[in-house]
Write a protein that binds this ligand. Sequence first.
Ligand code: HEC
Length: 157
Amino acid sequence: MKKATILTAAFLTAAFLAPTRARAVDPPAAPPAAPPAAPSAAPPAAPPAAAAPTTPPSLEDGLKLWNEKKNKCAQCHGADGKGETKMGKSKNVSSMATVEFQKKYTDQQMIDAIMKGFEREEGGKKVKMEPLKNATERDAQALVLVVRSFAPKDAPK
Ligand code: HEC
């Protein structure tokens, strides 16, 4: 019995080793399975748009822009938004420090005004504002925070 076991073991070992050689002559078996859906062919997911600032625009950013001489916001609207400057008066600027003004425009309308400028008639008077040069959406959002900061503090929302 023992001999048989050894023989069996030897046979199995041989059978195990044989295929390497056997395969070379055997006709190919079933065609190889379809290759796996080539994952390497698909381009990797695009990385997120580069370098968009992740912090939200801040009032501080806005105040810098507001008071920057070349942007002239403060020249027309005043450092306090009340428009009581020489230029503000000559341009028919109204005070931003009123509930009426704060309710008149949505943030988006303000962003559009800052980025695109406007020219229109209001109460029989011509009002005009140049767009802020090279303004990004983020700059405009920061400036809206400035305009909102002029809202009367004790006013109902
Ligand atoms: C030449 C003067 C002038 C300058 C400079 C100016 N504005 Fe104005 N702005 C006006 C006038 C005039 C109006 C319209 C009348 C009003 O409501 O006061 C106005 C209106 C606005 C409004 C309300 C939106 C609207 O459609 O009326 C916002 C917001 C505003 N300005 C922001 C700014 C910011 C921010 C800057 C600087 C980047 C700026 N303005 C520079 C004259 C000016």
